[in-house]
Design a binder for this molecule. Structure first.
Ligand code: UDP
Length: 327
């Protein structure tokens, strides 16, 4: 049986990954503490409740399923929160990952796919961000992910833990069938917050900073459709199962959009106004994060066909209107 251990499989990206894994013939085993995930999002394979900070929880799951690989999504991922509570990020993201990595090696599971982030690069004006760019994270979230990249590299050298690291740009959209989607409590991400403002769930979107050194003064990000992103993970898994060497891949499109441009697209897709107010900068935000790499396309054979803003907001809007987990 081709079990794949998916930490954070009850979360936004993890649940989409479970669907993609199942469609590709694997059995995704979700390991999640449900602090930020949703039991209802676990639809595509078995569920194991546990916490990465308890190594015995993880050991139990490795023993039970003997997975061929790990996909590690479980993490705290809010830039703003990470600036206020850095200890929480180092404990949860770094110590939790270390327990998981050690357990994988202890059980001879030597294929590891890791969710990292473009936040590991930090704020580098006019630098094309490819996989060889220097990493100078400016927030605790990015720093915690960078630390786990280093752990993986050390475990490769010491024990032969083969790994693929994906540095995500901004993930958006939802499963077009609306079986799973983005649902955070509290929500902090731009597109779901815009949609909340559109349908009156909140009064207005606050634009975090209008004085950045960008054409319209708002931050620029590179948005990737969650379904394209998880497809890359399945390709990354095959890469490892084919015995290829550990590798880092950016997952972005190379196209950057400002906050105001995303709002404009949302107006068109929903055909409704987006109530918004201009606010202060959010601590930890980089001015511009856009991928400058096509490594995933050329080496993995990835295509980011759904990663255009219209498609991402359309799918997010469908999910927003039709699907949500019970609060
Ligand atoms: N943003 C914003 N208002 C919000 C939430 C986000 O202006 O209520 C901006 C944020 O400053 C960033 C972009 O939207 O420039 C994307 O933020 P998000 O939190 O979605 O992802 P991040 O880039 O932090 O991973």
């Amino acid at each position: 049986m081709k079990h794949v251990l998916v930490t954070g499989g009850a979360g936004y990206i993890g649940s989409h990954a479970c669907k993609a894994l199942k469609q590709s013939g694997y059995i995704p085993v979700t390991f999640d503490n449900l602090n930020t995930g949703w039991k209802e999002a676990v639809k595509f394979g078995p569920f194991e409740h546990g916490d990465l900070l308890n190594k015995s929880d993880i050991d139990r799951v490795f023993q039970k399923y003997n997975p061929i690989a790990v996909m590690h999504f479980a993490a705290l991922s809010q830039v703003g929160e990470s600036m206020q509570k850095p200890g929480l990020y180092w404990e949860n993201n770094v110590m939790g990952s270390l327990n998981l990595i050690q357990s994988a090696v202890d059980h001879g599971c030597m294929n590891f796919v890791f969710s990292s982030t473009c936040a590991t690069y930090g704020d580098q004006d006019n630098v094309v961000l490819d996989e060889n760019s220097a990493q100078h994270p400016i927030n605790a979230y990015g720093a915690s992910k960078r630390a786990v990249e280093n752990i993986l590299s050390n475990y490769q050298a010491a024990f032969g833990l083969n790994h693929v690291i994906f540095r995500y740009f901004n993930v958006a959209g939802a499963d077009p069938d609306a079986e799973v989607g983005e649902f955070h409590q509290p929500e902090t991400h731009l597109i779901p917050l815009i949609l909340d403002a559109v349908d009156g769930k909140r009064d207005a979107l606050t634009i975090f900073g209008t004085d950045y050194d960008t054409p319209d003064g708002t931050c620029i990000r590179d948005y990737v459709h969650v379904c394209d992103l998880v497809d890359a993970h399945v390709l990354g898994l095959k890469w490892l199962l084919d015995g290829k060497a550990s590798r880092v891949f950016n997952l972005g499109t190379g196209d950057g959009f400002s906050v105001r441009e995303v709002v404009d697209h949302a107006k068109h897709v929903t055909n409704r106004p987006v109530p918004m107010v201009e606010g202060d900068r959010r601590p930890g935000d980089c001015t511009k994060l856009v991928s400058g790499s096509n490594r995933a396309l050329t080496e993995l054979g990835w295509s980011a066909d759904r990663s255009n803003l219209k498609q991402m907001i359309t799918d997010a809007w469908r999910w927003h209107q039709n699907g949500a987990y019970n609060e």
